[in-house]
Write a protein that binds this ligand. Structure first.
Ligand code: P6P
Length: 280
């Protein structure tokens, strides 16, 4: 696992350099989710693929930017799913973006997740790694990621990050979101999953939601590359991650690019989601 973390660290440093110097032109290609790929998306994907290809324990990789999984080493046992540069379109307005990694044992299913990691490229480059019951924060300093602290979520938070298109929300979802604001929760939503969830983790808690809605009944965020890795991190940090009625990590993934409605947060906020969705 240490070799994988080191490969992610090397990838992060190379991706940060690419963000800082590269133009952000669009390619002629689209990814499997129908999103036009930035040159940066493609470059970030190739950087991670190259760094992981040197690790014997990695069997297969799956990327948000690749149609199908890619076999790297028959003898390996880790299956790694990643979103190379989530929220990449935010680069052209100079907002934070991130890379997300899910490290699965033997197969791409939520229950096989054994470690998760994300990197946030903002005013500083930080990395969060969840493994063996701990969530650890690292800060890039002079070319090295230095350990900062362990992350724990409070039982209840103060941040509300409501994703999705409001006009398509179910009425009970809108009433639930509004109820948090009526209790004084602060609106914190940039459109970048990594910085939005990083803020909730570092500020002690709250709720991030990207629900199923009439325009996207199965939500927008991808199970293997985005939802499951963050679910693992939030649960390890003492919070929860559900699709409205159940833990997202129990979901069955039928296709590598499947999405899921998702709610990540502190225990209190997750219990509110379960009671509201359970009653509708
Ligand atoms: P919306 C970025 O495109 C992304 O995949 C996530 O990073 C982010 O949470 C979500 O989409 C934002 O989606 O519909 O609110 O713009």
């Amino acid at each position: 696992m240490n070799a994988i973390l080191e490969a992610i660290e090397r990838s992060a440093i190379r991706i940060k350099q690419a963000i800082d110097v590269k133009d952000i032109g669009y390619s002629q290609e689209q990814n499997s989710s129908g999103e036009t790929q930035l040159q940066l998306d493609i470059q970030s994907d190739l950087i991670i693929e190259e760094e992981l290809s040197h690790i014997p324990s990695v069997h297969t990789i799956a990327s948000e930017e690749k149609e199908l999984p890619m076999l790297l080493n028959e003898e390996g046992h880790y299956f790694i799913a990643f979103d190379p540069l989530d929220g990449s379109s935010l680069v052209d307005v100079n907002l934070s973006v991130g890379s997300i990694f899910g490290i699965y044992e033997g197969e791409f299913v939520g229950s096989a997740l054994v470690a998760s990691c994300y990197v946030v490229y903002g005013p500083r480059v930080e990395l969060v790694f969840a493994y063996n019951g701990k969530v650890k924060l690292y800060l890039l300093q002079e070319g090295e990621f230095e350990f900062v602290k362990e992350i724990h979520l409070n039982e209840k938070g103060k941040i509300n990050a409501p994703g999705g298109t409001q006009q398509f929300w179910a009425p009970y979802h809108k009433a639930m979101i509004d109820s948090f604001f009526a209790q004084g929760y602060r609106l914190r939503y940039s459109g970048g999953m990594v910085p939005d969830l990083h803020q909730i983790l570092l500020k002690g808690g709250g709720l991030f939601s990207y629900p199923g809605a009439s325009d996207k009944p199965e939500g927008k965020l991808r199970q293997l590359f985005e939802v499951f890795p963050f679910a693992f991190i939030f649960e390890t940090a003492g919070g929860g991650a559900v699709d409205g009625t159940a833990r997202v990590l129990t979901k069955v993934t039928k296709h590598v690019h499947d999405t899921s409605p998702c709610f990540f947060g502190s225990q209190h906020e997750i219990s509110v989601v379960l009671s509201v969705y359970g009653a509708n």
